[in-house]
Design a protein around this ligand. Sequence first.
Ligand code: ZN
Length: 657
Amino acid sequence: MKSLWNDNEAKLFTGELGQRVYTSRLLGREPSLVLHGGGNTSVKIRERNIVGEEETILYVKGSGWDLENIEAAGFSPVRMDYLLKLATLPALSDPQMVNELRTHMTSATAPTPSVETILHAILPYKYVDHTHADAIIAITNTSAGQQRIEEIYGDELVMIPYIMPGFDLARSCAELFVQHATTRTRGMILLNHGIFSFGDTARVSYERMIELVTRAEDYLTACKAWFLPPAPPFTVKTELRVELAMLRHEISRAAGFPVIMSLSADERALEFARRNDVDTLARQGPATPDHIIRTKRIPMIGRDVSGFVTEYERYFQRHAPFAREKKTMLDPAPRVVLDPEFGLCTVGKTAQDAAIVMDIYQHTLDVILRATALGGYQALPERDLFDMEYWDLEQAKLRKSGQSPEFTGEIVLITGAASGIGKACVNTFLARGAAIIALDINPVIATLHHRPDYLGIQCDITDEAAVMQAIEQGVRVFGGLDMLILNAGIFPAGCPLAELDSATWRQVMQINLDANLALLRLTYPLLKFAPKNGRVIAIGSRNALAPGPGAAAYSVSKAALTQLMRVAIMEWSKDNIRINCIHPDAVYDTALWTDEVLAARATHYAMSVADYKKRNLLKTEVSSADVAALAATMAGPVFAKTTGAQIPQDGGNERVI
Ligand code: ZN
């Protein structure tokens, strides 16, 4: 591991807190040191308060911040004098501790200080850095972990046996550190948890962390336990989507809410899932206890969801009676799946959650494999892991957690998603919590959004093989499909029927009609397994109900699409799939309405463009966002008991009425 310190970068961060921000980010840039909210850092600064008194303030990482992108505002300022008094108390519950921390900050708006705040306070050094370095936990998660740490560091590190984070850990460290620290002390190891370094400057503390962790990596290298042999190339089935959707359905049922399930293409994970001893290795427990909140204690091996649930309930019943307070069981669904056929799948309430679990478990695999190469992976006993999973601070968060957006954990496929109504649907469904598989022939679709709940795929929807591949890809990323928005369509230039050539006619039918048949056929086996039932929204047109002259192909294609939906309803209602249709008109902010088309239509009706745009009873324009909002509402609970509806959204049209 190399120091990422750069003098020019460092200069941009002024003051003692600025330097703290800079090196915290350097730690955060290295995923084998800290992952997603893991690790924490602090600095002790002398300050004058508003009444002119000098005091020392501990600036410590606030909860909810990642080291990778922390800012000065992410550090909570807590009064040191009071923290040191707290550290001498014989006992303090964790909720009480959080209350004391929050009420002794010098800023009312700062985030809640890390639960390891008192631990930072008792270490008598200006800068303190703490990580859950992979190399350290690989070594300490073995039966001879303690001896190995002594072998590597001698008396340079103070070693603390495993204690759950929180007040008890801080208190024990306060005692043990004073007993064992010498002038040679350069850091502190928390067995099965992580490592601390410290120093007078941000750079010294940071580089000491790098140096200490590098020694652990070198030790592992010398033991032939650092570089893992590359996994052999493997092939999984080309079509997994229905199996994945069925598994997601079962996991969602166990969780009590729809989940996102992401499949990894990691060859090492698949090799691991196929090992004969995968059961013994993977069922030991997480690499560091704070991962348990994300990953659960053990992965599900294979696809026996009900077996996993039963085992989880038994685990809860084994330990809950011995807890200090009454515990509420968390949902018993797995978060990590190891399947010999798929490899690794991770599960979360959102795509972001599933991605975090993926990162964590890939590092967990490294740790398990390295510890195995070192002589045997050995995680903490089940009881300690239960205490962490059911920590009262986490349980409190659970009770407080508000309502999620309505489509959280659900997946929607939208065609024609790069512009107009399709693009508006992407934005609306994202805002309502859904993960999006967005298709469009325009390559811009791939980069429309950069976020874990968005997958844009360039795809010609008249190419059935390409559509199938796109759906397969989408299901591998998100786990299934809940909603389908049939939006893509073309509107050729106006042309009287007597002059309409067959090639134009066929092209319109291919895109506006045939492609939708293929999409329906290909998504049906997935929509059947939508945890909250499948939904299809077809974007029809006012022309389906009130055709106009010169638009034969378009009007016929949309009328036929409507009829296709009606047949689908007759066939798929038994699978609880709801299908509804919107007939928009006067939506001019779409790709269909080029200036030429608009001018031509206006001329056709002998109107100005402005009058043409509002030629409806309400004299209004309908926007793409209006259509998207109606589509989302029709896919949501308001329309839970409606199928086969065709709703005009056209500002009122006499011919439709
Ligand atoms: Zn920690």
